[in-house]
Design a binder for this molecule. Structure first.
Ligand SMILES: [Zn+2]
Length: 148
């Protein structure tokens, strides 16, 4: 049984991938034994330095690039970098705003199809009767348009 120790991560081996699609293909990443890496990882996952790390401490592979995690050993070759607070890497904005491309719109303007079924000469429409008799009995509003 494994549970991810990263803050705001709900990965838990008890969760079925059917109910929690993010649990699909989760690899449980071993905590680094190296002290420097360990404390760096604690900062990265937003845990205090006092946070207790045991031999069972695991991170889920969602915090890593896939190819950085050894599927068989659970050893990650890189620091975790994807978290809930950076929208799992989705919100990482590019440093430079890309120049606005001046490429013209390749798609031609949509063809306007006029479906005129009735010849104009036959069109004889009487103006629709609009019933606009509105009786306002309470609190009448006087609209006065003053000609200045
Ligand atoms: Zn996690």
């Amino acid at each position: 049984m494994s549970r991810c120790v990263a803050a705001v991560c709900s990965a838990d081996s008890r969760k079925s991938p059917h109910l929690y699609p993010f649990m699909r293909d989760i690899i449980w990443v071993k905590w680094p034994s190296d002290k420097a890496t360990s404390s760096r990882w604690k900062r990265l996952i937003r845990r205090d330095d006092e946070y207790e790390i045991t031999h069972r401490t695991r991170l889920c592979s969602r915090h890593f690039d896939r190819d950085c995690v050894n599927k068989y050993t659970g050893v990650a070759s890189e620091d975790p970098k994807y978290f809930a607070w950076n929208n799992w890497g989705q919100s990482v904005k590019p440093r430079k705003t890309p120049a606005v491309r001046a490429t013209p719109d390749p798609s031609p303007p949509p063809a306007i199809t006029l479906q005129q079924t009735t010849p104009i000469s036959v069109v004889k429409q009487s103006p629709p009767e609009i019933g606009c008799e509105v009786e306002i009995r309470e609190d009448p509003v006087h609209m006065e348009i003053s000609g200045k």
